[in-house]
Design a protein around this ligand. Structure first.
Ligand SMILES: Nc1nc2c(ncn2[C@@H]2O[C@H](COP(=O)(O)OP(=O)(O)OP(=O)(O)O)[C@@H](O)[C@H]2O)c(=O)[nH]1
Ligand SMILES: [Mg+2]
Length: 464
């Protein structure tokens, strides 16, 4: 990890706080509208469930211009939480907000968390809980659910389990869940959920890693945390948080950069630590903590026509890169699918009255999916695409950001297919499709391993 860059103000804050048992860390960037509720919920959780632990809450902000930090300070004070819960904790909560320093000139969620790790280590906390600042569905119990397995169960890493709408969490469903499960053999359903519990030991381990990159300073941080917990052999569990309700994102519109950072990081880590996954076959369940929840997550609309259109458009500009990066058979199948996608998306656009002068029509996701019916991006082809990218990352002919950027339109095609294929399924049945795809990744793992070992053999023979 690059040497510490904590500002004098943060060092002073650490000196003032001294030490703590449990810490909640909240990264933020322009979350003034939502962070007050998250702070109150976290505060209430600390007071209600850990009244005998010394608590601290740290907001690590990007210097947001919208008053996020002011909200953290000004939202209801400790007296309020104590009075509504009728608790008198042994230790008063320290609530801190600070502007985190960039790392090598790069800011983002990961840089915010890096400061949180450094503070947690300096305060010698036993448990660190990190939660996102745009959450609507957090309740005080989440703090217990995320810290309890560490403080009571001896776990080091607690990943969230939530009910998410079938169209939410597309990067998770298509890449991080199936790939993490197939590589490392553990079924962590939300490896980039954003809300985690981390033991003091694991925080210390994070701070000794020397593989921090610009992607990790941004949205690569979540998969970096999960992968290091797994490859470092830490005790991991999941915790049942109910629904994740947060600021919605349309995969076609908002998730491109995040996809590149997350996928770039998962690929890089796989290539750097083959010893952590080459021998692993199949996968195991990961224990889940907390009482079951029966919750219907709120629906998320997706512009499936646009996704398919971008898949097709991508083949025109990136087809050559696909051919060079992917195995020839995989590339041929993807290019053929993209060629099918173009006319299907055009016909759907016309039928739904999209893309005209006045874009007055707002078809629902279901209407779009019906109009696209027939498009199918098969599970096994997607698994091969992802595995080919592990190999391409290792070969190093492209830089990772170029590879992941080239993958984005293919991912859009895969997500569009998921939306079409699952249009009549509820969230529970769509979940079975995610499992089916994950099993396909496991089934095809030998395809990855063979290609990996062939590269090993080539390297041993030396250049031809
Ligand atoms: N400090 C800081 N926090 C950020 C930045 N970008 C995002 N965050 C925080 O990171 C958290 C997640 O960001 P979101 O934009 O909600 O992303 P998401 O799609 O919900 O991502 P997940 O965490 O994977 O669910 C929120 O608390 C954001 O405020 C940034 O540039 N700096
Ligand atoms: Mg969010």
């Amino acid at each position: 990890m690059p040497p510490t860059t904590l500002t004098p103000a943060i060092r002073d804050e650490i000196a003032r706080l001294g030490r703590a048992d449990i810490m909640v860390g909240i990264p933020s960037f322009k979350n003034a509208a939502t962070i007050g509720y998250v702070v109150r919920a976290a505060h209430a959780g600390l007071v209600q469930y850990f009244p005998d632990h010394k608590p601290v809450l740290v907001n690590s902000d990007a210097g947001s211009p919208d008053g996020t930090q002011r909200v953290v300070i000004e939202t209801e004070p400790p007296d309020y939480v104590e009075s509504i819960l009728l608790v008198r904790p042994t230790n008063r909560l320290d609530r801190v907000t600070l502007t985190y320093p960039e790392i090598d000139g790069v800011g983002g969620k990961g840089a915010a968390l890096r400061t949180i790790f450094e503070i947690a280590a300096a305060l010698d906390v036993q448990a660190l809980v990190v939660v996102d600042s745009d959450l609507r569905s957090i309740v005080p119990e989440w703090i217990e659910l995320l810290a309890g397995p560490i403080l009571k169960g001896g776990y080091d890493f607690v990943a969230p389990l939530y009910a998410r709408h079938k169209h939410d969490g597309t990067i998770t469903n298509t890449v991080t869940y199936p790939l993490t499960r197939a590589l490392y053999g553990l079924r962590i359903r939300q490896p980039i959920g954003g809300d985690f519990g981390v033991s003091g030991d694991l925080v210390a381990h994070y701070l000794t890693q020397d593989d921090w990159t610009a992607d990790v300073s941004k949205f690569g941080i979540d998969i970096w945390m999960t992968t290091h917990a797994l490859s470092g052999g830490f005790a991991v569990c999941q915790t049942r948080l109910g629904a994740k309700v947060h600021d919605p994102k349309d995969p076609g519109a908002d998730l491109g950069p995040m996809f590149r950072q997350v996928v770039g990081t998962i690929l890089r880590l796989a290539v750097e630590r083959p010893g952590a996954w080459l021998e692993i076959k199949g996968s195991h369940d990961v224990p889940a903590y907390g009482f079951e929840r029966l919750i219907d997550p709120p629906p998320l609309e997706v512009n499936a026509v646009r996704l398919l259109d971008e898949f097709h458009a991508g083949s025109l500009t990136l087809g050559e890169t696909w051919r060079r990066a992917l195995d020839p058979d995989t590339a041929a199948a993807v290019v053929a699918l993209a060629a099918e996608a173009g006319p299907i998306a055009d016909a759907a656009s016309r039928r739904l009255g999209l893309g005209g002068e006045s874009d007055a029509t707002h078809p629902t996701t279901l209407q779009m999916a019906e109009a696209l019916a027939g498009f199918d991006f098969p599970d096994d082809l997607w698994a091969r695409v992802v595995y080919d990218l592990v190999i391409a990352t290792r070969r190093g002919e492209f830089d990772t950001s170029q590879l992941t950027a080239a993958l984005v339109p293919i991912y859009f095609g895969r997500v569009a297919s998921f939306v079409v294929e699952n249009r009549h399924l509820d969230t529970a049945d769509a979940e079975e499709r995610v499992e089916r795809q994950a099993r396909e990744f496991e089934r095809l793992k030998p395809y990855l391993v063979e290609r990996w070992l062939a590269l090993d053999a080539e390297a041993e023979e030396g250049p031809q």
